[in-house]
Design a protein around this ligand. Structure first.
Ligand SMILES: Cc1ncc(COP(=O)(O)O)c(C=O)c1O
Length: 426
């Protein structure tokens, strides 16, 4: 039986032998905070501050419109190439721009139009709700004979694998799944699901928002056809940073984008009156790329690529295992439940724990009344505290501090001092 002091010593040892410890210094540290929400909004790379300053003053301020030819037209391709390296795709299989939801709309529209005669769309209830809304909207506006079937997870933690296997059939046009689930962190075996879909002629769109930058991805090797993902979580691209999409090379000329606009035109600067789509992945470009927010993605990407996804995964698994040990000994006896998978092969880089007073415990961590360092996880209804482990900047000490504080908040009923009403962003 270990107590918190034992764990704090162990954390110090693990931090001192952490091969990634040098990366922490590349992130801006404002007022002292233990930040365990990199799965929602990643930290700010210091290099991004300098880059933004330079882009504002030199590229926009001084060079003005000339910067399109000098820097900006090539920027989306360069960033797409770096995302491609991170997800195991070819450079010309990634488009960067728009939001994850809009990219899903574009891909799902193309897929459903392509899969003529098939009318079922499958997902599971671990998927992110925006994905359901996108699919529901498409059904209402364009595919009224289609139905979305959301399969239920038996425990709210693990995906309904058996139900999926038996549900995919010759009428299934599209499966849309989160590779790593936003609440429980369950991670699909992507290669296996792709195989199953291919056998039935079904297409899968993977939502990589909680997977990219948190787990190694090999989209080509695993037979993935399409994917979408965001860049503001583990990629540290900044609030509302442009998202990306992936379409395997052989599908690009066959799938149509839902949005026809000039940046997806074969020759936009000829200003012709008829739309003629590009045949490559940049057909998914619609309007002018958001240059400043897109440029802000690059420093975070460079840090991840330098660290290497295998090293990041190894630390992430180490952190999850360390947290799980502390959980068993110090939090479970206080009424917490583990709300994530326990098999490391089935989890991403965040964990969820639940407690009936989850929301007020979260508030007490974020806004301590006694002047101690704020600890920032996030809360998901009904009772889940989600803790993100970003190996580039989180330490084992962060985790030991978080567990010590959570335990003290419950033991001393500190949460009773907090208002239970929900804020807009939790
Ligand atoms: C798994 C997942 N999919 C989709 C989205 C929506 O992304 P966006 O706001 O870029 O449309 C989110 C947002 O957090 C998400 O976590």
């Amino acid at each position: 039986m270990s107590n918190i002091v034992d764990f704090q010593h162990r954390a110090a040892e693990l931090d001192s032998s952490d091969p990634l410890s040098g990366f922490r210094g590349h992130f801006f540290s404002g007022s002292e905070t233990i930040y365990l929400d990199g799965n929602s909004l990643g930290r700010l790379p210091i290099h991004t501050i300098r880059l933004m300053q330079r882009m504002l003053e030199q590229q926009w301020g001084d060079r003005l419109i000339r910067s399109w030819n000098e820097h900006w037209l090539e920027l989306p391709r360069r960033i797409a190439g770096k995302i491609a390296r991170l997800v195991g795709a070819e450079d010309d299989e990634i488009f960067v721009g728009d939001s994850t939801s809009v990219n899903l709309y574009k891909l799902a529209y193309g897929t459903l139009s392509f899969q003529k005669g098939r009318t079922e769309i499958l997902s599971d209830d671990l998927n992110f709700p925006s994905d359901f809304y996108v699919l529901q909207g498409l059904i209402k506006s364009h595919f009224q004979d289609h139905a979305l079937n959301i399969l239920k997870s038996e425990d709210g933690i693990h995906a309904p694998l058996d139900a999926l296997k038996t549900s995919v059939n010759n009428n299934t046009a599209l499966i849309c799944l989160s590779h790593v689930a936003f609440k429980s962190a369950f991670m699909y075996n992507m290669a296996r699901l792709n195989e199953l879909a291919a056998e039935k002629g079904t297409k899968i769109i993977w939502d990589l928002s909680h997977a990219v930058g948190s787990v190694p991805l090999k989209l080509n090797e695993w037979g993935a056809e399409m994917a979408v993902g965001c860049t503001y979580k583990y990629l540290n691209g900044g609030p509302g940073a442009p998202a990306f999409l992936y379409v395997r090379k052989d599908l690009q000329s066959r799938l149509e984008s839902a949005i026809w606009a000039w940046f997806g035109h074969a020759r936009p600067f000829e200003f012709g009156h008829e739309y003629e789509a590009r045949s490559d992945v940049w057909k998914y470009a619609a309007g002018t790329p958001p240059i400043l927010s897109m440029a802000a993605i690059e420093p975070g990407l460079d840090l991840l690529l330098n660290a290497g996804m295998d090293a990041l995964r190894s630390k992430s698994l180490g952190m999850s295992a360390f947290f799980f040990d502390m959980f068993k000994q110090l939090l479970e006896p206080l009424g917490f439940s583990w709300a994530s998978p326990t098999d490391p092969l089935q989890m991403g880089s965040h964990v969820s724990i639940s407690h009936p007073e989850g929301y007020r415990i979260c508030k007490a961590l974020i806004s301590p009344n006694d002047g101690s360092t704020p600890i920032i996880p996030d809360f998901r209804k009904p009772d889940i505290i989600r803790l993100g482990f970003a190996p580039l900047y989180n330490t084992y000490k962060d985790l030991a501090e978080a567990v010590a504080r959570i335990a003290a908040i419950v033991k001393n009923s500190v949460y009773l001092e907090y208002d239970p009403s929900l804020e807009a962003v939790t």
